[in-house]
Design a protein around this ligand. Structure first.
Ligand code: KE4
Length: 432
């Protein structure tokens, strides 16, 4: 046992008595990388601290929300202030109107948004809305994309589903899965063929415009534009799942970066600033199909919760200086350029994909443009890399099929320390 994490080891044993697998979300279990998951006591800026007070430079960032860094003083102060007035009312508040308005101002494709409490709720509701809007049943998603644990979307899904080799989850009735068509990302000819064969049967196409859940993969030239052209031609609702990329890759998300206007957008993570907020939104024409205006039901006890909305509002306000995204990109570029050159010096053939401040280092010499190429990675080598970096005080996502996140709080010194750790780890790996 690594003496340094004995309190985490002990608590993990206790946790497994009361929580399946000892975790409340599978990817936290370290199953893909081995060893004992860490239990975190606190976090500040770019650092997290485990129960044994060991400090780590954190590149998980709660899987995306902590773009400003952990425990930002202004976010904490705003949440504490709101908490003084009560936690939840089950009635509307001014705060949720302010957040909805700010999101619509930042993302021009949104006339309206509905706030929910997770990315899963956002994507589940968006798919139901698309089906209710055009009365069709079938949906298209892309292999390796993960849209939360929604029955109809847990087909060839990425993130934890791929990490544990169950891209299509148990417990999903055939009647549900058979309406979901999973196609290779970046393959527009396959999309074209499927639309020909399923004329007027496809309700929506849902996509992570920049997938982060098979690791980070970039859309190839014109893929997204052609997808938009095809969905317009076939009257199919195009849903951008920007739960991860929204407010991460640019102030207006991937749709701003690639200048595409989807019909619906799903958001989460950063818009909650670390507290539970998701959202789905789009054109008034479609959004007016949602209850209480229209026939598509959707609801939530804690939707628009004042505390969560406060954390999201303050986070988005602090992100409103566009120069922030250039700073994030520069930090990420220094780190990723360094990782690749150290890997090369040690004879490691690795591929790195990045957009803005999210990136993935793939343990394969192939370029990674879709799910199949991502699956060529050497997961054993990745696990050794993960554990080696952890021993050096660097906390990475515990799966090859996830994104790393750089925050505004990551300093040049953090990046230097990370690259020094990589020098040691890659040297050992290179000798194997
Ligand atoms: P949540 O229900 O976990 O808030 O969001 C689901 C979701 C939807 N869409 C995208 C593009 C996502 O990345 C996610 C969730 N991301 C994972 C990490 N890849 C959350 C981490 C976890 O499952 O514990």
């Amino acid at each position: 046992m690594n003496g340094k994490t004995e309190n985490s080891v002990r608590l993990f044993e206790e946790a497994q008595k009361y929580i399946p697998g000892g975790v409340n979300s599978p990817v936290r279990a370290f199953k893909a990388v081995g060893g004992n998951p860490l239990f975190i006591k606190k976090a500040k800026g770019s650092k997290i601290y485990d129960l044994d007070n060991k400090e780590y430079i954190d590149y998980v960032g709660s899987w995306g929300p902590m773009i400003l860094g952990h425990a930002h003083p202004e976010v904490l102060a705003a949440v504490k202030n709101t908490a003084e007035n009560g936690l939840s009312f089950g009635a509307s508040t001014k705060l949720e109107v302010e957040l909805a308005k700010l999101i619509c101002q930042k993302i021009p494709s949104l006339d309206q948004v509905r706030l929910v409490t997770s990315g899963t709720e956002a994507t589940m509701s968006a798919v139901r809305l698309a089906r209710g809007y055009n009365g069709r049943d079938k949906i298209i998603k892309f292999e390796g994309c993960y849209h939360g644990h929604v029955d109809s979307l847990l087909v060839k899904a990425g993130s934890g589903a791929t990490t544990f080799g169950v891209p299509t989850s148990g417990g999903i009735p055939n009647s549900c899965a058979r309406n979901t068509i999973a196609l290779p990302f970046n393959d527009i000819s396959r999309v074209r063929r499927v639309l020909q064969d399923n004329r007027r049967e496809i309700a929506c196409i849902i996509i992570e415009p920049i997938p982060g859940n098979m690791g980070v993969v970039l859309p190839q030239k014109r893929f997204l534009e052609e997808l938009r052209e095809l969905t317009e031609r076939h009257d199919i609702v195009l849903i951008f799942d920007e739960v991860m990329s929204g407010f991460r890759v640019s102030p207006g998300g991937a749709q701003e970066l690639y200048n595409i206007k989807p019909d619906l957008t799903c958001l989460g993570k950063i818009i909650g600033g670390g507290l539970p907020v998701g959202a789905f939104g789009g054109t008034k024409e479609i959004m007016h199909y949602i209850a209480p205006l229209g026939p598509v039901y959707q609801a939530g006890t804690l939707s628009g919760n004042p505390l969560a909305v406060t954390a999201g509002l303050k986070t988005l306000e602090l992100l409103s200086d566009p120069s922030i995204y250039r700073q994030l990109e520069q930090k990420t570029e220094t780190l990723t350029d360094g990782l690749l050159s150290i890997a090369k010096i040690n004879g490691l053939k690795l591929t790195l994909n990045k957009v803005g401040s999210m990136f993935t280092l793939f343990f394969t010499g192939k370029t990674v443009t879709d799910y199949d190429s991502a699956l060529t990675c050497n997961q054993e080598a990745f696990a050794q890399y993960f554990q080696g970096m952890l021993a050096e005080g660097i906390y990475l996502p515990p799966s090859q099929f996830e994104a790393n996140f750089v925050s505004l709080a990551h300093t040049d010194e953090d990046i230097d320390r990370t690259l020094k750790a990589a020098e040691k780890v890659f040297k050992n790996l290179g000798m194997k």
